[in-house]
Design a protein around this ligand. Structure first.
Ligand SMILES: Cc1cc2nc3c(=O)[nH]c(=O)nc-3n(C[C@H](O)[C@H](O)[C@H](O)COP(=O)(O)O)c2cc1C
Length: 354
């Protein structure tokens, strides 16, 4: 399957592993890239606890990049979160410097203004993909010179923008308005998702949640089991607020960071949120406190340390309901590609597209 994205990224299949912070580590990245997709190192990839040291953050990333290089000669990406000045921007700046020094082939830039890093990354020879959750931001990313936009729909795990637009609606509207290729993110979990995304105008898919339930993913077995036990209603989207930042609702880029955060919850948490509102404050009692023993981060506590009982699992999309097994990345990717052909044949047999 060839698209402008497979050509741009020099990959075999139009399947990209989404940025997934702690659990998007060397092992998963190498497994996806070696299987013909594009693997992605996330922030805090491979770590068990946070560091507040900017240089250490950079050196940890460098070590992960070098390990990837020692295990594959295929292309891979690093996720750079644009971040907020005074909050986490200096960590992002350092990671970008390290990515440039290490000649990373692909940058996936998320949660912020595309003008901040695009030209720097392009000058260093990287292909730059930028996540956007509305057409207006995607056009600004195109103007800033990115090579492709990742259309992040409401169904997706983790941050999915501010405007609550679903992948099904977002992808065609972006594809109509942009000259550069669009990649579909949010809710893609199998061959039908791939074919549908291509039909909507995307030229690749960007999958996060589905890759958690793979053999190579380091997510705690509690999290994988929870995914297998989940259905299409098991995730909720809350409003993620970073206090002290102006601009909520003004369509500024900071909104991407303030917006929707989708995660897995149990019935008790869901009922509480229904009663008290799907807000960050209502959720707070169900987040694991970011103690040092739990990695210093609520996300690490659930995903890496497996603290799931009675807690929100800090990321996971609506696609969980269709995940029924834990294959290797190679099995998963090959299955999606092979069965995509079968989906197209079945459509033709129904008289569609013949
Ligand atoms: C466990 C998990 C962690 C995530 N961490 C990040 C992250 O560090 N950076 C980022 O830009 N997006 C992050 N996301 C969002 C994904 O990159 C992507 O947009 C989303 O997974 C796509 O939807 P899907 O989960 O339905 O495949 C995360 C998603 C998940 C499920």
């Amino acid at each position: 399957m060839k698209t402008r994205i497979t050509e741009l990224l020099k990959i075999e299949h139009p399947i990209i592993m989404a940025a997934m912070a702690w659990i998007g580590d060397v092992n998963l990245t190498v497994a996806v890239s070696n299987a013909g997709g594009l693997g992605t190192l996330g922030p805090n990839a491979g770590q068990v606890e946070v560091t507040t040291d900017v240089n250490e953050t950079g050196e940890r990333l460098r070590e992960q990049i070098r390990q990837v290089r020692s295990r594959t000669d295929k292309p891979f990406a690093v996720n750079f979160v644009v971040g907020v000045p005074g909050l986490d921007r200096e960590f992002s700046d350092r990671c970008v410097e390290v990515g440039i020094e290490e000649r990373v082939p692909v940058a996936i830039v998320s949660q912020g203004d595309p003008r901040v890093y695009t030209q720097k990354l392009k000058s260093a020879g990287m292909a730059v993909l930028h996540t956007s959750s509305c057409v207006e931001h995607a056009k600004k990313a195109e103007d800033a010179g990115v090579d492709a936009v990742i259309a992040t729909g409401l169904e997706g795990g983790g941050h999915s923008g501010f405007f609550e637009v679903t992948t099904f609606c977002l992808v065609p509207q972006m594809a109509d308005e942009l000259k550069i290729p669009v990649i579909a993110a949010g809710g893609v979990g199998d061959e039908r998702g791939l074919v549908a995304a291509l039909a909507l105008g995307a030229e690749a898919v960007y999958m996060g949640t589905r890759f958690i339930a793979t053999r190579e993913c380091r997510a705690h077995s509690n999290v994988k089991q929870l995914i297998l036990d989940s259905d299409e209603t098991s995730s909720v989207a809350i409003r993620h607020g970073i206090r002290g930042i102006a601009g909520s609702g003004d369509r500024g880029f900071v909104d991407e960071r303030r917006g929707i955060l989708r995660m897995l919850v149990d019935d008790h948490i869901r009922e509480t949120l229904e009663r008290e509102g799907f807000t960050y404050d209502a959720l707070a009692p169900f987040m694991v406190l970011p103690t040092p023993e739990r990695g210093g981060s609520s996300t690490a506590a659930s995903l890496v340390h497996g603290d799931v009982e009675g807690h929100a699992i800090m990321a996971g999309g609506q696609v969980v309901g269709m995940i029924k097994d834990i294959p290797t990345c190679a099995e998963l990717i090959q299955r999606i590609v092979d069965r995509a052909e079968e989906v197209l044949e079945a459509l033709r047999a129904k008289g569609i597209g013949s």
